[in-house]
Design a binder for this molecule. Structure first.
Ligand code: PLP
Length: 467
């Protein structure tokens, strides 16, 4: 253990230097050929290597080539910097190394608290056992949609786990074209069939057109199909749009549909001053996906599925073989009964540490700071003759495009993110929005400043000139 103690002290210095120096290094740089060969071509050592050597290799060959999301000028996708409290305790989770499948030990008990805190933060109802931590929102979505699928089947007098889907009226789900791909992946994985995931049109602000939703449900019922779920977004990845959740909840209630909300990125936006009206109805959902590893900055990976009726997830997943029976499990049983994972990592520790370190006020401040940056960039873009704002700013994402010339704007804006990234001063990614190639900047870093926004627009201008 002396070797671990010494190496651990050294590791603490390495990660402190790394995090402390992030802003001085390029946001991102490509992995050079020599390093790529080292990373991909190593042979498994015949005999074990010393801990100190592993640290030296990590320092020399890994830390210089990050994805970039620790940097205050990283604006790509939805990837946050790690909260220091989360970084601090992550090695301790590894040192304990439990499986949080269930049982009477620290991990599962702390997970109950963390899930309750997350639900409380965003105002989601929380019955005992009403949620679990996952690898991310993709897995949370699988859990929520599986619960929805089983509830619909049981309501119709059959059991999807026993019978499978064949021979039954197709189950239909509704989501806008702005809904995250994980909703489609989950639906496909659950055997629903991509053709039964309906694309509901959006309005000019990229929010679900609820009138169209009503019409589509009516048509599907008339065609003998079985509408069972509508998935709204509380913060789309393209533009940060929040669907009209209250109206969707009304439709779901009227038609007996499961109402799922993808708040993986944006649910916490409800904490910003004045934002609550946008989120009205989120608390009416049957399930809510909310990722601690996004806006909160919990080190990857930690998602969360929140469930109004935990029994629905248990009905979809519980399968307890004799070797896992736990007479002392209590009424809620094990977490492993609510999702597909059996051995589950100790995700609660880094999430508890992050939430405790920030406190409710700190979370609100982080959300408000980053949302204000997105609004400020939106205003700058609107003032600039060579930029155009493409969507209202509701969370902490600004969707826009560069128009330094008249033609070829799609090709230009498609090429800009790569050109900006390779300069190393800022990092943003693109998308397609309303049929046009767009740029989008997502703000999640507590240390991003208004000056960084100027840098971003200048970087885009310079990069565009080189294209
Ligand atoms: C809005 C939204 N939903 C779902 C997901 C999927 O989450 P994860 O990558 O944690 O599985 C993402 C990921 O960026 C997202 O932004």
């Amino acid at each position: 253990m002396d070797e671990l103690r010494l190496a651990g002290a050294k590791a603490a210095g390495i990660w402190a230097d790394h995090l402390g120096g992030v802003a001085e290094r390029p946001v991102w740089r490509p992995v050079p050929d020599g390093e790529l060969a080292w990373l991909t071509g190593q042979e498994l050592p015949e005999t074990g290597r010393a801990l100190d050597d592993l640290l030296e290799d990590t320092r020399a060959h890994l830390l210089p080539y990050p994805m970039g999301n620790g940097h205050p000028r990283f604006f790509g996708w939805v990837n946050s910097p790690p909260n220091p409290a989360g970084v601090l305790v992550e090695p301790l989770a590894a040192a304990l190394n439990p499986s949080c499948a269930g049982g009477d030990h620290a991990g599962p008990h702390l997970e109950r608290t963390v899930v309750r805190w997350l639900a409380g933060l965003v105002g989601f109802p929380h019955p005992p056992g009403g949620g679990l931590l996952t690898s991310g929102a993709s897995m949370a979505t699988v859990i929520c949609l599986a619960a929805a699928r089983q509830r619909a089947a049981l309501a119709d007098g059959w059991d999807v786990r026993e019978e499978g889907l064949s021979g039954r009226a197709p189950l239909v789900m509704y989501v806008t074209g702005e809904g995250h791909s994980c909703l489609h992946k989950a639906a496909q994985l659950l055997g629903l069939g991509a053709r039964y995931v309906r694309t509901v049109p959006v309005d000019a602000a990229y929010r679900m057109d609820v009138g169209a939703l009503r019409t589509m449900i009516g048509e599907d019922v008339a065609a003998g199909l079985r509408p069972f779920c509508v998935a709204g977004s509380a913060g789309t990845v393209n533009s940060g749009a929040v669907d009209p959740l209250d109206e969707i909840a009304d439709v779901a209630a009227a038609h007996g549909l499961w109402f799922h909300v993808d708040g993986a990125y944006g649910a916490l936006g409800v904490l910003a001053d004045g934002a609550a009206p946008h989120y009205a109805g989120m608390e009416r959902a049957d399930s809510l996906a909310l990722d601690p590893h996004k806006w909160l900055g919990v080190p990857v990976g930690c998602g969360c599925a929140l469930l109004r009726d935990p029994g629905a997830a248990r009905a979809a997943f519980s399968l307890v073989p004799s070797y896992l029976v736990d007479e002392n499990a209590g009424e809620l049983g094990w977490f492993a009964e609510y999702g597909p994972e059996q051995t589950r990592p100790f995700r609660a520790l880094k999430t508890w540490a992050t939430l405790s370190h920030l406190g409710r006020a700190g979370v609100k401040e982080l959300v408000e700071h980053t949302a204000a940056l997105a609004r400020e960039l939106g205003a700058m873009v609107e003032r600039a003759p060579d930029f155009e704002l493409l969507a209202p700013v509701t969370t902490s994402i600004t969707a826009f495009r560069h128009l330094p010339r008249a033609g070829g704007l799609d090709a230009l804006n498609r090429a800009i993110p790569g050109a900006v990234q390779s300069r190393g001063n800022a990092f943003l990614t693109g998308t397609r929005l309303g049929g046009r190639d767009a740029l989008r900047a997502c703000f999640l870093h507590p240390e991003t400043t208004r000056a960084d926004l100027e840098v971003l627009l200048d970087e885009i201008r310079v990069a565009a000139k080189s294209l």
